[in-house]
Design a binder for this molecule. Structure first.
Ligand code: 5GP
Length: 212
C-alpha cells in the first residue's frame, strides 16, 4: 500500500504571488497535487468548472456546509470558498502530497484542526514593493490601495502561526525570483517526505533484513 500523502496549506497576501508560485511548482513537479476548491463566485473568462474550481450556487454551498462536507471553508471578498473533505481524504489516501492554496482564515483553520498540516506563508519583500505592485496595476484608487495595505497588515501579522515563510523577491531585483520561491516550497515538501515518521517502515524493513 502507498504511504499516505502529506497536506500543505499555502497562503499570503494578495499581490505576494502565491498563485504564480504554486503554478510554477506544479509545472516543475507533477508529483505534487493541487486541491480544486468549491466556490460560489462566478467563473472568470477562461476558467473551467472542475479544473480551476467547482463552481456552485449559494444553496449548494450551504447544503455542503450542513452535510459537514468541508475540510475548511471561508467567506472571502463576498463569496464562499471551501475545500472538500473528500478531496483531501482521497488524495492523501492515494499517497499524493496535496497543496491547498487558500486564504489566511482557511489556513489557520486547517493548522488548528490538524497538527500534521504544514503551513507555508508567502510574503512580499517589503511594504514598498507591495505598494508599488498595487500601483502598477493602475486599477486601484488611493483609497483602495490604503484598504488593501491595511488588510495585508492583518494578514502578515498571522504569519508567525505558519511553519515556513517564503519571501517572494521582486523579479527586478532577483530575475529568477519565481523559480527560487517555487524551489523553496518544493524544499519544504521534500523535507517533510524525509522525516523520520515517513521512514519508519523502510528502516524497520532494512534493520530486519540486516539482522537476518
Ligand atoms: P479567487 O477568487 O481570486 O480565485 O480567490 C480569492 C481568494 O480565495 C484567494 O485568497 C484564494 O486563495 C482563496 N481561496 C480559494 N479557494 C479557497 C478555499 O477552498 N478555501 C479558502 N479558505 N480560501 C480559498
Amino acid at each position: 500500500m502507498a504511504n499516505r500523502g502529506r497536506l500543505f496549506v499555502i497562503s499570503g497576501p494578495a499581490g505576494a504571488g502565491k498563485t504564480e508560485i504554486v503554478k510554477k511548482l506544479l509545472e516543475k513537479h507533477p508529483d505534487v497535487r493541487l486541491s480544486v476548491s468549491c466556490t460560489t463566485r462566478a467563473p472568470r473568462p477562461g476558467e473551467v468548472n472542475g479544473v480551476n474550481y467547482h463552481f456552485v450556487t449559494e444553496e449548494r454551498f450551504k447544503e455542503l456546509i450542513d452535510q459537514d462536507a468541508f475540510y475548511e471553508w471561508a467567506h472571502v471578498h463576498q463569496n464562499h470558498y471551501g475545500t472538500l473533505k473528500a478531496t483531501v481524504q482521497n488524495e492523501l489516501a492515494e499517497g499524493h502530497d496535496l497543496i491547498l492554496e487558500i486564504d489566511v482564515q482557511g489556513c489557520l483553520q486547517a493548522m488548528a484542526q490538524d497538527s500534521s498540516v504544514t503551513g507555508i506563508f508567502v510574503c512580499p519583500p517589503s511594504r514598498e514593493n507591495l505598494e508599488q505592485r498595487l500601483r502598477h496595476r493602475g486599477t486601484e484608487t488611493e483609497e483602495s490601495i490604503r484598504v488593501r495595505l491595511n488588510n495585508v497588515a492583518s494578514e502578515v501579522a498571522t504569519a508567525y502561526k505558519y511553519h515556513y515563510v517564503i519571501i517572494h523577491q521582486d523579479w527586478s531585483d532577483v530575475p529568477n525570483a519565481l523559480e527560487i520561491a517555487a524551489d523553496e516550497v518544493y524544499a519544504v515538501i521534500t523535507a517533510k517526505r524525509l522525516e523520520i515518521e515517513n521512514r519508519r517502515d523502510f528502516l524497520d524493513h532494512l534493520n530486519a533484513s540486516l539482522r537476518k
